[in-house]
Ligand binder design. Structure first.
Ligand SMILES: Cc1cc2nc3c(=O)[nH]c(=O)nc-3n(C[C@H](O)[C@H](O)[C@H](O)COP(=O)(O)OP(=O)(O)OC[C@H]3O[C@@H](n4cnc5c(N)ncnc54)[C@H](O)[C@@H]3O)c2cc1C
Length: 424
C-alpha cells in the first residue's frame, strides 16, 4: 500500500547539491526545522569540473568541513596566445591562498551529511514534483514521491519557505512561472576523468585556446579546456564554451575533445585505456539568469537561479554563499509578525546576493561578450598573459578572488569597476 507522510515544517529545501545542503546546514544550525529532499541517493555524481577556488574553500571552512584529504592546488597554469604562465592564488585577508579539487561524488555527499549532522532532516530518493500553493497563489509546500508502485511513499510537506535548489532544471521555479532571462550568458561544458601522472600535481591547468594540431600552426577549435588534479593519480579533464545569451553554443564536444586530447603531451596519458568515465556535458546558467530569487514563499538557490560565474564557470561557491545568505534572511524574517513583514525581511536575501555578486556579474556579462569572439580572446591572451601586473588583476577578477573592501590597488580597481556598472 502506498503511504503518505504529511509533514509541517519551517523550511523545505529541494535538492541536496552544494546550494541546498549549505542552506539546510545554516538553517539547522540556527535551530530552524528544515527538510532537505534529494531525488538521488548518495553517493551520486554530478557533471562538474570538481574545481574549488579559494572562495569555495572558504565556504567549506565556514561549514567546518574536514578537507584534510582533498587535493590542494597553488593556482592556475594558463596556456594560450603562445604563452604558458603560472598564477598563484593570491594571499588575501578574506581568502586562503590555495584552491582544491574534490570529485562531486564525494563533495556533495559530505555537504549533505554535514547538513544532516547539523540537524536537517535529509531524505534521499524523493523526487519533488509539485509546489503547493494557498488560495492567494503563495507557495506553502511541496509534494514529492519516493519509490514506486505499492512501495511508493508520498511526501506532502507544508512549510513557511520552499527553496528550489534543484540545479539547472529549476523544475519548481519554472512551475512558479520564473523563466530564465534570455539575455544572460549560458555556457555548456563537458568533462571526463583520466588516470594520469598530472593527478597529484599542484596546479590547475587552463587552456584558453584549443588546437587540433601544433598551436599556432593548425586549426583553432572553439572553447577552452581544463585539467584539474584530484589526487590519487586522477584528473578531471573538460572543455566548455560560453555564449552571451540563453542560446548556448552547440559544439560537437566529443569531436573537439578528441582533437584537443590527441594533441596534448603523450606522457599525460589521456587515452581511452586511462579514461575512467564517459565524457558528459551539461549547461551552466550564469549571471542570476532566473529571478526573483525570493518572492511569495519560494526562494531559488544556485543553478536554479543561474548563479554560475560568467568569468570562470564556478557555481559551487556562489551556491554555497547563497545558502548562507538565505538562512540568515529566513531567521530574521521569522521574527516578524506579519506575512508582509516576513516578505520584506526575506528581501535581504536577494539584496545580499546583489551586494556580493551583482556588480561583479554585470562586469562578467561584458567579459563574456568580448571572449565569445575568438579573435578578441586570442588578442587578449597573446598581449595580456605576458604582463604580470595585469595578470594579477585579471586572476583576482576571474576567480572572484578580490577583497570586497580595502586590499591592494588591483582589489580597489575591481571594487570600483563593480560599482560603476549597474548590478546584475
Ligand atoms: C561540465 C561542468 C563543469 C563545471 N565545473 C565546475 C567547477 O569546476 N567548479 C565549480 O564551482 N562549478 C563548476 N560547475 C558548475 C557547478 O557544477 C554548479 O554550478 C553547481 O553544481 C550548482 O550547485 P546547486 O546546488 O545549485 O545544484 P546541483 O549541484 O545541480 O544540485 C541539485 C540537486 O538537486 C537534486 N534535484 C533536482 N531536482 C530535484 C527534484 N525535483 N526533487 C528532488 N531533488 C532534485 C539533484 O539530484 C541534485 O542533487 C560545472 C558545471 C558543469 C556542467
Amino acid at each position: 500500500m502506498a503511504s503518505t507522510h504529511a509533514i509541517k515544517t519551517d523550511v523545505v529545501v529541494v535538492g541536496a547539491g552544494p546550494g541546498g545542503s549549505a542552506a539546510a546546514y545554516y538553517l539547522a544550525k540556527a535551530g530552524v526545522e528544515v527538510y532537505l529532499l534529494e531525488k538521488a541517493t548518495f553517493p551520486r555524481d554530478k557533471i562538474c569540473g570538481d574545481g574549488l577556488t579559494p572562495a569555495a574553500v572558504n565556504e567549506l571552512a565556514l561549514m567546518g568541513i574536514d578537507t584534510s584529504n582533498w587535493q590542494r592546488n597553488l593556482g592556475l597554469e594558463v596556456v594560450g596566445g603562445g604563452h604558458e604562465i603560472r598564477l598563484p592564488w593570491p594571499a588575501q585577508r578574506s581568502l586562503p591562498d590555495f584552491g582544491m579539487a574534490c570529485p562531486r561524488m564525494e563533495l556533495d555527499e559530505t555537504l549533505a551529511r554535514a547538513a544532516a549532522k547539523a540537524g536537517a532532516n535529509l531524505v534521499e530518493g524523493v523526487l519533488v514534483k509539485e509546489l503547493k500553493t494557498d488560495a492567494t497563489g503563495r507557495v506553502n509546500g511541496v509534494v514529492g514521491f519516493k519509490g514506486r508502485g505499492e512501495d511508493e511513499e508520498r511526501y506532502d510537506i507544508s512549510a513557511k519557505l520552499v527553496v528550489d535548489a534543484g540545479g539547472v532544471a529549476a523544475r519548481l521555479a519554472i512551475s512558479a512561472g520564473r523563466q530564465a532571462a534570455a539575455r544572460r550568458p549560458m555556457a555548456v561544458a563537458a568533462r571526463t576523468y583520466f588516470r594520469s601522472p598530472l593527478g597529484d600535481t599542484d596546479w590547475m591547468i587552463s587552456h584558453l585556446e584549443l588546437w587540433d594540431g601544433k598551436p599556432g600552426e593548425s586549426n583553432l577549435l572553439p572553447g577552452y579546456g581544463w585539467i584539474f588534479p584530484l589526487g590519487d593519480g586522477l584528473v578531471n579533464v573538460g572543455l566548455g564554451s560560453v555564449s552571451s545569451n540563453k542560446a548556448a553554443t552547440k559544439l560537437p564536444y566529443k569531436q573537439i575533445f578528441g582533437a584537443w586530447c590527441a594533441n596534448l603531451p603523450e606522457e599525460w596519458g589521456f587515452t581511452e585505456e586511462n579514461q575512467t568515465a564517459p565524457l558528459r556535458s551539461a549547461a551552466l546558467p550564469m549571471c542570476f539568469n532566473r529571478k526573483p530569487q525570493y518572492a511569495d514563499g519560494l526562494a531559488l538557490i544556485g543553478d536554479a537561479a543561474g548563479m554560475v560565474s560568467p568569468f570562470n564557470g564556478e557555481g559551487i561557491a556562489p551556491a554555497m554563499q547563497a545558502g548562507r545568505f538565505l538562512a540568515e534572511a529566513f531567521v530574521l524574517a521569522c521574527a516578524r509578525d506579519t506575512q508582509s513583514g516576513f516578505d520584506l525581511a526575506m528581501s535581504a536575501y536577494p539584496q545580499a546576493l546583489r551586494n556580493q555578486l551583482g556588480g561583479y556579474y554585470s562586469l562578467g556579462r561584458i567579459f563574456v561578450k568580448l571572449i565569445e569572439r575568438p579573435q578578441i580572446m586570442r588578442a587578449c591572451t597573446k598581449y595580456g598573459l605576458p604582463r604580470p601586473a595585469l595578470m594579477k588583476l585579471v586572476h583576482k577578477l576571474l576567480s572572484d578572488g578580490y577583497e570586497r573592501s580595502g586590499g591592494d590597488l588591483s582589489d580597489k580597481l575591481i571594487q570600483t569597476l563593480t560599482k560603476v556598472v549597474p548590478s546584475a
